[in-house]
Design a protein around this ligand. Structure first.
Ligand code: GDP
Ligand code: MG
Length: 141
C-alpha cells in the first residue's frame, strides 16, 4: 500500500444539494484526510483547462457549462491507496451504473450532473492538484 494524494471536486449539483458534509464524512470514514480545500466558482477557461483531455469529446461543451453553473468544492485527499479508494467511493461515471451506496448512486442525477470528480491515476492526480493548489495551501499531516 502506498500513501497517495488525489484531487476531489464536489460538482455544482452536489454543492447545490447541500451535501458537502455528507460527502466529506464518507471520505473520512474511508480513511481519506482532507489536506487542502477551497470553494470556487470556476471560470470557463479554468473548466476548459481542467478538462482539456476531453476537449474533442461530444460532451465537452455540456461538461464545461455544467462545471461553471455554480460553485464547486475542491479538495486534496490523502491516504493509503487514495486514488483507487476515492474512485470506489465515487462509483461509476454514469450514476445509473454506480454501485449502491456510492456517492454517485446516492447523490447524482445523470451522467452530466454526476456529483463528483476524482483523479484516475497518481500521475494525473499530481497534475490536477497543482492545477488548483499551491504547495503552501496543502497541509500534509
Ligand atoms: P470520470 O473520471 O468518472 O468523471 O469520467 P470521465 O473522465 O470519463 O469524464 C469526465 C466527465 O465528463 C464525467 O464525470 C461526466 O460528467 C462527463 N461525461 C463523461 N462521459 C460522458 C458521456 O458519455 N456523456 C455525457 N453527457 N457526459 C459525460
Ligand atoms: Mg476522469
Amino acid at each position: 500500500m502506498a500513501l497517495e494524494r488525489t484531487l476531489s471536486i464536489i460538482k455544482p449539483d452536489a454543492v447545490a444539494k447541500n451535501v458537502i458534509g455528507e460527502i466529506y464524512a464518507r471520505f473520512e470514514k474511508a480513511g481519506l484526510k482532507v489536506i487542502a480545500a477551497k470553494q470556487k466558482q470556476l471560470s470557463r477557461a479554468e473548466a476548459e483547462g481542467f478538462y482539456a483531455v476531453h476537449k474533442e469529446r461530444p460532451f465537452f461543451k455540456a461538461l464545461v457549462e455544467f462545471m461553471i453553473s455554480g460553485p464547486v468544492m475542491i479538495q486534496v485527499l490523502q491516504g493509503e491507496n487514495a486514488v483507487l479508494k476515492h474512485r470506489e467511493l465515487m462509483g461509476a461515471t454514469n450514476p445509473k451504473e454506480a454501485a449502491p451506496g456510492t456517492i454517485r448512486a446516492d447523490f447524482a442525477d445523470s451522467i452530466d450532473a454526476n456529483a463528483v470528480h476524482g483523479s484516475d491515476a497518481v500521475g494525473t492526480a499530481a497534475v490536477e492538484i497543482a492545477y488548483f493548489f499551491a504547495a503552501t495551501e496543502i497541509h500534509s499531516r
